[in-house]
Write a protein that binds this ligand. Sequence first.
Ligand code: SAM
Length: 450
Amino acid sequence: MGIDAGFDIVPKLTKSPQDQASWNIFLSKLRDQYTSDPTVEFKENYMVWKKGEHPMIPYSGHKFLRFSSKVSGGSDDLWEDVKVVIGLAQEVFGNKRVKVWHEGAVEDYFYKWPEVLQSWKSYDEPDVEPEETNPLFIIQNIPNKGRGLVAAVDIEPGTQIIAEKPLFTLSGPSIEALEGPISKILQTLPYKKQDQYRALHNNHKSNNIPPLAGIFKTNALPCGCDSHIGGIYLTICLLNHSCLPNAHHSWNAKSESETIYAVLPIKAGEEITISYTSENQSKNRQKKLKESFGFDCKCSLCTSPPRKIKQSDRRRTEIAALDKSIASDGTIFSDPLACLKDCRRLIKLLNEEYGGCAPTLEGRAYYDAFQVCIAHGDKARASIMARRGYILRRLCEGDGSESTEELWRLIEEPGQHRLFGMSMGWKSEVNDIPLGLDLDGAEKWLWRCN
Ligand SMILES: C[S@@+](CC[C@H](N)C(=O)[O-])C[C@H]1O[C@@H](n2cnc3c(N)ncnc32)[C@H](O)[C@@H]1O
């Protein structure tokens, strides 16, 4: 006999980068606390207290439901340990999510015992995703670039080349501070994955950055545009850079994976590339790539004749200026026709510069044009602009991304946008589209060029 006590985490942790990152911080605090405690053993997949009822903490947070033990009836000292673990869990997950319970008190546990016992059983099973081979590419050495991905077949624009879950995700106050947490995370992974992580490129060997953190800095991709959490991918991190990339990478929050889509036709045997930087001037780009990734870019743009590089720089300067100015200074209301003209010019420049491979920038220009139209009540043109933006987004992110879903909604119901009705000077309904226009006439109507 005796009294059980412990805590449940509610809701259950998922495999999301946020939950994984928090769980890794919790594990790291536990390691700091118990590394030199002989009563706590670090097994392959979980840590276990060798007293009381041998409570365990798994290295995979999504398996966890409960930490508990008998805390009276012979094992009183374990209550102290349970309290320490509860305190650390509360520091990371907060008091609300960490449901503390004690059979001697009113507060009861949350999960039913059969599901808890099932979860404890699963701690022993290693958390390994099955290895997959992808028929679209092979990994091979690329002259002067290290490893890279090369198309194994012809790939059409809009094809999803890979969707990969992170090996782990992490964030921290500084890159140096990540060395310890990464080392602890690696200890929780199978040896093969640890080796694969250590074999990723480290561009910071000669700096003062410790080795594991250097690898992280060289390879981590943000889990979302504005996210401070970086994710490591054993395949996607092998993609090399081009200033004229043929593929696009983005984080898909729903599937919690990083996706790569082809944005240009890629021939079998051709290298698949993404862009590492948004710098537009060739000199700044080169400088950024050298400083952050330690290489002199030798992509098709950087190795073209100076005249072509100058022309590209001029175009990219104008693209950046238009992208920044459109709809940012009130002209959307004071001079909407000028705004539409700028959007059209921006789209033309993007097509010239990238040959149809800048879907995110072009999609943004169509979204700006959408906003100009809907701010003046013109649902017909707004719907078409949203449709064009949607097609571009879908090309580089697929159907399931947040932005494609949002654009899809706006095609059907442009009036749902927050800017709708600020003015009704261009009022129209979605179906108010003139019939019988040729292509040129339809474009002129769309951009109000008459
Ligand atoms: C994220 S890793 C890409 C995979 C890497 N090639 C490897 O073997 O692990 C980034 C590193 O790849 C190399 N790299 C990527 N793009 C390159 C390019 N366009 N030219 C030369 N080296 C490149 C650089 O060494 C860079 O620091």
